[in-house]
Design a protein around this ligand. Structure first.
Ligand SMILES: Cc1cc2nc3c(=O)[nH]c(=O)nc-3n(C[C@H](O)[C@H](O)[C@H](O)COP(=O)(O)OP(=O)(O)OC[C@H]3O[C@@H](n4cnc5c(N)ncnc54)[C@H](O)[C@@H]3O)c2cc1C
Length: 416
């Protein structure tokens, strides 16, 4: 068995970005493999709320901006995939809710925000039909129906990974090195902030491109790819350092998500507008079944952004008081509450704000890619494919195939 293989593309990271890209690349005829150091989907993707946004959330400040324009076509593209006639077959992915709602909420600021929201979404979303409005919201403020819908993140990752398992390989960072020719360049110095991590992962340049050495099972395998694509979410920052790239930098936007579970929580999929003119909803609720009888409400929006400054106990107290105000007829005291501290990983922007669209940056034979949102994974793959074509990288022929290894396990959402 050879220990040296060539391939067109090596992808790092088995979240939605890497898996979507792997599917697109192989459909276009590229030979590609994906390396995952932990669990598939195990970063942001599996713990996302699974909302396929149509962009209206970003219009709440009164105008359609770059983010909402980039995202507007996404529900159509994803729906085609889920119906089985899109660019990727996602017919095995579970849709948790075929629609999403925007609720003005209750309280003094809600009327104003409802008015601004209605202006921003005029002609782009309809008031929800009476029978679509959850009983708990009836007669309580304005409810709009958005084009957004909600996917079960675990079944999405499974649907993306399943047809590609023979191309997906588990690595551990301390098993993975990038070898060099006799280049005099010294290996990059470890960053002190990562001291103690199970590393090193060394990048050395060859005269042309790079070579990757990976331990798979007991064998050390050398890979030579025409492009290495970092889709590792938060892990991109470390890979960028390891590769000795000067740019790009990453930014992390922390969130403190909350889950609350118990019986008799009605399934809700909605943004709740709050007082003030923030461009994000005060609260975003998605519902996930843990068992037949038990619903889990997964809570994001301003609650999660502002909650990073709070302890878990304080965040649960804030969530409880918000829910009690919004849904006075429900009991929240005897429920099971949990918090999740998690970062959104994005390319750094000068303003520190969320980038408008999926972004890639390329340097030599490395592409660093961020979808920015799960919803924008298809756009990210489009941009990568365009970059490959512009660089003259067409699908190649590589006769020796890497042996199939047991793939990394699937991640599980924290609330499960
Ligand atoms: C709480 C939360 C809720 C969200 N909700 C939504 C939503 O409802 N809708 C939406 O559109 N977007 C949402 N997002 C954003 C969305 O989840 C992310 O933009 C998207 O999932 C990023 O996918 P990714 O594949 O780039 O990264 P990730 O999902 O983080 O995957 C990165 C993968 O790379 C692996 N990895 C890391 N380092 C290495 C390495 N050195 N080698 C190999 N593998 C490595 C990790 O183990 C991980 O599996 C949400 C984000 C968060 C945090």
């Amino acid at each position: 068995m050879p220990s040296s293989y060539s391939t067109d593309i090596v992808i790092f990271g088995g979240g939605v970005a890497g898996l979507w890209l792997l599917n697109r690349l192989t459909a276009e005829g590229y030979q590609a493999i994906l390396l995952e150091r932990d669990r598939l989907g195990g970063g942001q993707s599996i713990n996302s709320q699974g909302i396929i946004h149509g962009g209206l959330k970003y219009a709440l400040h009164g105008a359609f901006g770059g983010a909402s324009r980039a995202i507007a076509d996404m529900p159509r593209r994803w729906s085609e995939c889920i119906e089985g006639h899109g660019e990727i077959d996602l017919s095995a992915c579970r849709v948790l809710s075929p629609h999403f709602q925007l609720w003005s909420g209750v309280g003094p600021g809600a009327g104003l925000k409802s008015f601004l929201g209605s202006k921003a979404i005029a002609g782009k979303a309809e008031p929800a039909a009476p029978d679509e409005i959850p009983e708990i919201l009836r007669g309580r403020g304005a409810v709009y129906r958005l084009a957004d819908f909600v996917l079960d993140s675990a079944s999405l990752i499974n649907a993306l990974a399943e047809p590609q398992l023979h191309r997906i390989h588990a690595i551990r960072q301390d098993q993975c090195r990038v070898s060099s020719d006799d280049s005099a360049a010294p290996p990059p110095q470890p960053d002190p902030k990562h001291a103690g991590a199970a590393e090193p992962l060394e990048f050395h340049r060859l005269t042309a491109g790079r070579e990757l050495r990976v331990r798979m099972k007991e064998q050390l395998v050398t890979l030579k790819a025409r492009r290495y694509i970092f889709c590792a979410g938060e892990g991109n920052e470390r890979l960028i350092e390891q590769a000795g790239l000067l740019l790009p930098r990453c930014q992390l936007r922390p969130l403190k998500m909350v889950s609350v579970s118990g019986s008799s929580l009605p399934p809700l999929f909605l943004h709740v507008l709050g007082a003030g003119l923030s461009a994000t909803p005060a609260l975003t609720i998605t519902s996930h079944g843990r068992t037949e009888e038990e619903t889990v409400w997964y809570l994001g929006g301003d609650l999660a952004e502002e909650g990073v400054a709070r302890s878990d106990n304080a965040q649960v107290a804030a969530a409880k008081s918000l829910l009690q105000r919004l849904f006075p007829n429900l009991q929240f005291d005897d429920r099971s509450w949990r918090c999740l501290d998690i970062n959104r990983a994005e390319p750094a922007s000068a303003s520190g704000r969320r980038p408008d669209n999926a972004t890639i940056v390329s340097e030599q034979d490395i592409i660093v890619a961020w979808p920015t949102k799960l919803t924008l994974a298809p756009v990210m793959a489009d941009i990568v494919l365009r970059n490959l074509r512009d660089a003259g990288i067409a699908p190649g022929h590589h006769p020796d195939l890497l042996p199939v290894c047991p793939p990394p396990p699937l991640g599980r959402p924290f609330w499960s």
